[in-house]
Write a protein that binds this ligand. Structure first.
Ligand SMILES: Cc1ncc(COP(=O)(O)O)c(C=O)c1O
Length: 447
């Protein structure tokens, strides 16, 4: 049996309608270099989705494999339970504390984004208990937020359609509207939009009872939900509100971290420091699985003082080979100034795409190389396309036929771009060209 038939026979893929999946051929990627991946037939694809928004340093970096192999020969595993530890985990924790803002100096390792989100939520509940508020267990999140697919992370995720077949979910997760200036109540022309969206958080805290809320958990710039860029002052208002009620602000930087938005951490664009950062994805650029929760000193100090046990952990937390890969990844990212590159290359894309004046792109937004293109039949009225498949998926399929991989928000007519931060200028030019042309031709088919 060939590889494609074997795949269909045995591999359950993520996020598929099985009926569609079995009717098609899987695309098996065998090799990658820079921003390009190659399939079994040797066909190259410009990966403007960067895997799943994580291959920040690009494909094919040999030095990561060499360092990981050396670590594997020396010590392939030791855990971080009890009083045990390992060298790469310690060095990486110190490095993350160095990169993180404020007093975010304590690091707990996980294996990916969902585990980071769940660990942060547990840490927040523990903190509230340490502070003598045992009923402080609610976690407020955003309706368009995406935080992963395990039960806790899925409970934190908004996007109701994504969860409707899996209930009952974990109690205590509550959702408020996202600061969405395209579709939300307060648009780009509303100067107080940031304050008004943040006020929704305070209203909800008061409605629930502040003593019952542990944390506000959200992405600084929402990714999967449709690259939602909040107003610049939104996070400063959130910070003030969280401080007022001693509610923790957990920033899910799983996608936005490590240069994706033109800074190591997206929160630094907004001049406000969270209490906890969740990380994964760009932490290793996908070379090995790893996630991290970076907590402020004061959370760990409160739990220490109350002498509550941290009865939480994962067998592979702080895996030495993954940590070694993360250290090598961060060294490349720093050496090559990839955050700055992300800002510059992202600006080039924006400028060039704006010049095209594509009539079906009603909003072009994002930061660095985290870019969203909002599609509408008509820019002024924001009228959507409707029809099946959703316009974004039709564009995605047509781009793929042209050798370009893009991301699509699953429940909104938005194209999400998260290419490797090493994307070249020539690749930006090609991406702009293909996208502009394909968007026009696919949209015109529906007019
Ligand atoms: C912001 C955010 N949080 C969490 C996750 C979940 O990460 P993982 O798939 O590694 O569990 C994702 C994945 O896309 C994400 O974008």
């Amino acid at each position: 049996m060939n590889l494609h038939d074997l795949d269909k026979q045995h591999l359950i893929h993520a996020e598929v309608h099985f009926r569609d999946f079995y009717a098609r051929q899987p695309v098996i990627i065998v090799r990658g270099e820079g921003s390009t991946v190659y399939d079994t037939e040797g066909v190259p694809y410009l990966d403007a989705q960067g895997g799943l928004g994580l291959v920040n340093i690009g494909y094919g970096r040999k030095e990561i494999g060499e360092l990981a192999a050396r670590q594997m020969e020396k010590l392939m595993y030791y855990h971080t339970y009890f009083h045990f530890s390992n060298e790469p985990a310690v060095r990486l924790a110190a490095k993350l504390a160095e990169t993180a803002p404020g007093d975010l100096n304590k690091v707990f390792f996980t294996l990916g984004g969902a585990e980071s989100v769940e660990s942060a939520a547990k840490l927040a509940r523990l903190y509230q208990r340490a502070k003598g508020r045992p009923q402080g267990d609610k976690i407020i999140c955003l309706e368009l937020g995406y935080h992963g697919n395990t039960f806790g992370a899925l409970s934190a995720t908004g996007m109701a359609k994504h969860k409707e077949l899996f209930g009952p979910l974990v109690p205590g997760f509550i959702h408020i509207p996202a600061p969405d200036r395209f579709e939300g109540t307060w648009g780009y022309d509303e100067p107080e939009a940031g304050a008004r969206y943040a006020a929704l958080l305070e209203e909800r805290i008061l409605a629930e009872g502040p003593e019952s809320v542990a944390a506000f958990l959200a992405e600084p710039i929402l990714g999967v939900g449709g690259t939602i860029n909040p107003p610049d002052d939104y996070w400063r208002h959130v910070r003030t509100i969280c401080d007022k009620y001693d509610i923790l602000w957990i920033a899910d930087e799983v996608m936005t971290g490590f240069g994706r938005t033109g800074a190591t951490w997206a929160v630094t664009h907004f001049g406000a420091t969270p209490d906890v950062i969740c990380s994964a994805k760009g932490l290793t650029s996908g070379y090995l699985p790893l996630g991290a929760v970076i907590s402020s000193d004061r959370i760990v100090a409160a739990i220490t003082e109350a002498d509550l046990p941290f009865t939480h952990g994962f067998t592979y937390a702080g895996h030495p080979v993954s940590c070694e890969a993360a250290l090598a990844n961060i060294a490349i990212y720093e050496r090559e100034g990839l955050a700055e590159r992300s800002a510059a290359i992202g600006a080039r894309f924006m400028e060039q795409f704006r010049e095209r004046n594509n009539p079906y792109v009603a909003d072009l937004r994002g930061k660095g190389l985290m870019i969203g293109l909002e599609l509408a039949r008509d820019r002024e009225s924001k009228q959507r396309f409707g029809g099946e498949p959703a316009i974004g998926f039709a564009i995605e399929a047509a781009c793929f036929r042209e050798g370009v991989i893009i991301g699509v928000a699953p429940y909104r007519d938005t194209i999400n771009l998260t290419p490797p931060l090493v994307l070249t200028e020539a690749e930006v030019d090609r991406l702009v060209d293909v996208l502009d042309r394909v968007i026009r031709s696919e949209c015109e088919k529906r007019i």
